[in-house]
Write a protein of this length. Sequence first.
Length: 213
Amino acid sequence: MTREDRPASVMPLRPSRQSKLWGVIVNLTENGPSVVIRPMRRDDVAATVALALATPLWQRHGGTPAALTARLEEGLAASAAIWVADAPATPEVSQIAGFVWYVVRGAFQRSGYVMLLGVADQYRRQGIGRMLMAHAEARLFAEADDIFLLVSDFNTPAQRFYRQLGYAQIGAIPDYITPGVAELIFRKRQFRQGRPHEQSFGTAERTTRGGKP
């Protein structure tokens, strides 16, 4: 994909000020490489699968290219909320630096759920994960006051990352994905003054068809 194909929502690696555009956090600077947060397309699947399976997390859980490819393709077919971070590989070509898959009211049909988040090794510690989470949170908090996600007990860097973003562990599910590994339940709450906490049942966003917590 060339830079000319990119949409208007652009995010630099070193932000200086921040604004919001249609629920996507857009950081603006005068200089430096930029990152675009955009919906995943079918031709992004192979690069996203390679990115994910290169991480120790997916290797520990025994993920396979075929399984993850099928999962992403099913999600895209169901219009799931899967977004990618597009970063410049050369002045003319960009590549997938990371991705996030979230589900509006995907937790208990009431709260937001971040199902998957991944960042390529060469783009870590550059703010890509925070950009992707900022986009997901802007969308999820527009619909609910809580966001949930799961983190494997051995994945201490991810636990630290989410705590820095304001998430707190509230429980654990033993042997949920892989025998002998517990999935830690993390939650982040949004408190709004003057607005009672609403109860909504049977109003799940259509993107919930693309993934299950």
